[in-house]
Design a protein around this ligand. Structure first.
Ligand SMILES: [Zn+2]
Length: 109
């Protein structure tokens, strides 16, 4: 019998599991924290699960569903929230955030 590999960190997830115990813990914490805290507090919250920093980074940068890594998704959400607080109108989608970032980059060239 073969043990399966975790969707996120690519370590052994154990039999029948798609996500290992550590990443399950991290996913639950992401759901608790997203939209409520700053990025620093978000990372602190993930570290409080006791999972190693290296594994947390791998987890954040994994993109198992092809819709952007957890890090990208959370960054887009936080940027949207910041824009709302600052009174910038318009649709605050991940694409819009990227477009703004690209145009700012071009201006500074
Ligand atoms: Zn994992």
């Amino acid at each position: 019998m073969m043990s399966r590999v975790c969707f996120y960190c690519r370590e052994s997830a154990g039999f029948f599991a798609r996500v290992c115990a550590d990443c399950k813990k991290l996913l639950a914490r992401v759901e608790q924290l997203r939209g409520k805290v700053s990025y620093g507090q978000f990372l602190d919250g993930l570290e409080q699960t006791g999972v190693s920093k290296e594994k947390i980074l791998r987890f954040l940068q994994a993109d198992p569903e092809g819709k952007g890594s957890i890090q990208d998704q959370v960054t887009a959400e936080m940027t949207s929230e910041l824009m709302r607080v600052m009174g910038i109108s318009g649709r605050q989608t991940a694409q819009e955030v990227k477009r703004i970032r690209d145009s700012v980059g071009k201006e500074s060239e």
